[in-house]
Design a protein around this ligand. Structure first.
Ligand code: PMP
Ligand code: GLU
Length: 396
């Protein structure tokens, strides 16, 4: 608590993913041999054709402020992508390009929430949802799930969590951190509950859309009776290995898109112009252009799942998408490892960092205090070595 700072920032938690990434970087700089499985960031380089579009944008002298909600040809590429991949039809006035999906999500909570509004977060949820809600005055309401039900929320649990103050529900599918993917049938069952509460807005975070090992991706917005109150959040960070280029976008009801545009106009203006030009190349390409990365993630999922299943006290589901695995490690609570008491997932994650030199993220940050998150967007060698080290320090 620093009295010089606002209550707003004092009450905000630091992003656990970015904090662990910073700590990993710091330890590596000090010469420690840390394997980072904390950050959700592909280890691939950006496909050549996207880099070339970025280089061309510099050579073509893109330099001035872009439209706040994105270049019109980027919006067209997004519209075509939505039509091609999701069978969703949007007008340019329904699209807003932002500085990452993170800003897109932040815009949404800022424009939709009033003080005291409740936001349903099926847990585990992505780390920034809860703090973004609180920043906007909202109250996050977790709906818990467990490894046994594949970390998916049931229609009954959703119904029970709704109150007259519920304004939003935010979830990701494929899910960060659990890797779970809602099938069309499961989403329809949730939609059947939501249709009875027409004032609740759905924020469907689909940033891992292409990293899906299960089959066809479904968006809540595809249901005709949900389209008018669903905001689809997506971006180029994950599937195109463009995390640092910072381009995300939404497809939304027009009144929501207009408000996001207004918010962004006062906070950042339009997203980086070079990255916007590169994003056009990424989104216009056939998704087959990035299949090699998806295949590699699928292979790594198998590898990490097999290796973890061999460690005592690690309970996992089978992730069906994204590049995370979220083992329940509560077996270790109350135990002492190498003289260190393990009472929480944070204790366990810190123990792995200190003793195994493997960086993970505590499940508390994702609303599940029994788990830790490991990102397998790392090389197979790193995955093998990391899990070997973890096994050594927990089983001895
Ligand atoms: N949503 C989820 C579920 C994520 O994992 C991430 C990861 N950064 C984001 C949104 C934000 O992505 P971006 O890099 O586009 O800001
Ligand atoms: N989304 C990634 C993760 O969850 C990147 C970090 C972040 O933006 O918080 O690790």
């Amino acid at each position: 608590m620093d009295k010089r700072l606002s209550r707003r920032i004092n009450e905000m938690s630091t992003s656990a993913t970015l904090a662990m990434a910073a700590k990993t970087r710091e330890l590596i700089e000090q010469g420690e041999d840390i394997i980072g499985l904390s950050l959700g960031e592909p280890d691939f380089t950006i496909p050549e054709f996207i880099k070339e579009a970025g280089i061309k944008a510099i050579q073509d002298d893109y330099h001035s402020y872009p439209p706040v909600d994105g270049y019109s040809d980027l919006k067209q590429a997004i519209i075509q992508k939505f039509q091609r991949d999701n069978n969703l039809t949007y007008k340019p006035s329904q699209i807003v390009v932002s500085t990452g999906a993170k800003q897109a999500l932040s815009n949404l909570t800022m424009i939709l929430l009033e003080e005291g509004d409740e936001v349903l977060l099926p847990a585990p949820y992505w780390v920034s949802y809860a703090d973004q809600c609180k920043l906007a005055g909202g109250i996050p309401k977790e709906i818990s799930t467990s490894v046994e039900d594949n970390f998916k929320v049931t229609p009954q649990a959703l119904e029970e969590a709704i109150t007259p103050r519920t304004k939003l529900i935010i979830y990701s599918s494929p899910c960060n951190p659990s890797g779970s993917v809602y099938s069309k049938k499961e989403l329809r069952a949730l939609a059947d509950v939501l249709v009875n509460y027409p004032d609740i807005i759905v924020i469907s975070d689909e940033i891992y859309e292409y990293i899906n090992f299960k089959g066809k991706h479904t968006s809540m917005a595809e249901f005709e009776d949900m389209y008018d109150r669903t905001v689809v959040v997506n971006g180029v960070s994950k599937a195109f290995a463009m995390t640092g280029w910072r381009i995300g976008y939404i497809g939304a009801p027009e009144w929501i898109a207009r408000a996001c545009n207004k918010m962004q106009g006062q906070v950042t203006s339009g997203a980086n112009v070079i990255a916007q030009r590169a994003a056009i190349a990424a989104l216009e390409a056939s998704p087959t252009a990035i299949k090699y990365m998806i295949d590699a993630f699928k292979q790594r999922r198998k590898l990490i799942s097999n290796l973890l299943s061999d460690i005592k006290g690690f309970k996992t589901n089978k992730p069906e998408g994204a590049f995370y695995i979220f083992p329940d490690i509560s077996y270790y609570f109350g135990k002492t490892l190498r003289g260190k008491n393990i009472n929480t997932a944070l204790d366990f994650s810190m123990y792995l960092l200190e003793e195994a030199k493997v960086a993970t993220v505590t499940g508390e940050a994702f609303g599940d205090p029994n788990c830790i998150r490991l990102s397998y967007a790392a090389s197979e060698n790193d995955i093998r070595e990391a899990i070997k080290r973890i096994k050594e320090v927990v089983e001895e």
